[in-house]
Design a protein around this ligand. Structure first.
Ligand SMILES: Nc1nc2c(ncn2[C@@H]2O[C@H](COP(=O)(O)OP(=O)(O)OP(=O)(O)O)[C@@H](O)[C@H]2O)c(=O)[nH]1
Ligand SMILES: [Mg+2]
Length: 321
């Protein structure tokens, strides 16, 4: 399963308390104050790490704490600092404040990191003029992590268009395929290889009318599409799902536009699927949406037309990389 969202709570370490102590010198009633300062509380740091692909570990373990600073000691001994707590997330993870929804940071590149909750400062030790103070509390935060998956190509289309079948044909991914809508509930990723050129393809769950406003969880999936470089728009040419190919094509494009203008600017490679079925050969004669260039004709099931399509796809992708 591809996990793309997680809610966690983090608590940075508290500062250690400052120490109140006095020199003990023989014969002197009041020695000089010599309380040490408390240690700094550990920070919570989030790092984008290429070795992470999902947020799955945050599904099970949701609470993270950095250690607190130790108290200061006598003889001006500083308390030891708390240890930071480092969380590794896949590049492309957006960190939000759960309460306000505000984006705190977008960790898009590997190696980027952010102190998301600061440890408290250690308290002051006592001195001649001042008393020792307690350490400050470390910050606590509720965070939402959101991963927009990074794929070169996104396969979009209505439920049952054959997106998962296509992914399984051109990559080694083995997504679930079935003759009912919404078989795919999370995006599946696969790597396609054409000679020495390889690229990542995502099979996105089926989109329907109203997807932009969340129908069928569409807004969640449209979010993934935002980060792909180009789109494969897969159309069921057989019409066995009771959808007119040309109407579905323009409706889906409208959904993209309603979600975000930028999505409509993405290059689309148009693919007519299920060309092994006799009715598809009839329907495609009337499939003529305006302004669309080449329409690849394939059968994701039999493999017909796939190699021509893959070459075309790789060529388009090379233009935008
Ligand atoms: N005849 C024929 N059937 C196909 C072809 N491609 C897919 N199918 C069938 O269409 C149905 C849906 O295929 P999926 O690959 O699960 O479709 P999907 O677009 O991933 O569907 P969702 O995940 O529900 O959005 C399955 O019964 C497939 O066997 C094709 O080229 N020809
Ligand atoms: Mg599917």
């Amino acid at each position: 399963m591809f996990v793309d969202e997680a809610k966690i709570s983090v608590k940075a370490g508290n500062g250690g308390g400052g120490c109140a102590s006095f020199e003990t010198t023989r014969g002197k009633k009041y020695g000089r104050p010599n309380g040490g300062i408390g240690g700094q509380g550990g920070n919570i740091v989030i790092l984008a790490d290429n070795n992470r692909q999902t947020l799955i570990e945050f599904r099970f373990n949701k609470h993270f704490k950095a250690t607190s600073g130790k108290h200061g000691g006598s003889n001006n001994k500083k308390g030891e600092d708390g240890k930071e707590c480092l969380l590794r997330v896949p590049p492309g993870t957006i960190i939000r404040d759960s309460d306000t929804g505000a984006i705190l940071r977008d960790l898009s590149k590997t190696g980027e990191q952010v102190i998301i909750a600061r440890g408290g400062a250690g308290g002051r030790g006592n001195s001649r003029k001042r008393e020792a103070t307690p350490g400050e509390a470390g910050e606590s935060r509720e965070l939402s992590l959101e991963l927009k998956l990074v794929a070169d190509v996104g396969i979009i289309g209505y439920p049952n268009a054959g997106k998962s079948t296509l992914l399984s044909k051109i990559t080694s991914a083995r997504p679930r395929i079935a003759g009912f809508p919404f078989t795919t509930k999370n995006p599946n990723l696969g790597v396609a290889q054409l000679g020495d050129f390889s690229f990542v393809i995502a099979d996105i769950p089926g989109l329907i009318e109203g997807a932009h406003s969340g129908r069928g969880l569409g807004d969640r999936f449209l979010r993934h599409i935002e980060r792909t470089r180009i789109l494969v728009h897969l159309i069921d040419m057989s019409g066995i799902e009771g959808r007119d190919p040309e109407v579905s094509f323009s409706k889906l494009n409208m959904e993209l536009g309603l979600y975000s203008k930028e999505l409509t600017l993405k290059k689309q490679v148009i693919v007519a699927n299920k060309m092994d079925m006799p009715q598809s050969k009839e329907t495609i004669k009337f499939f003529d949406p305006k302004g669309v260039g080449k329409v690849y004709r394939i059968s994701a099931m039999t493999g017909e037309g796939i190699s021509d399509f893959l070459k075309g796809l790789a060529a388009e992708l090379k233009k935008v990389i």
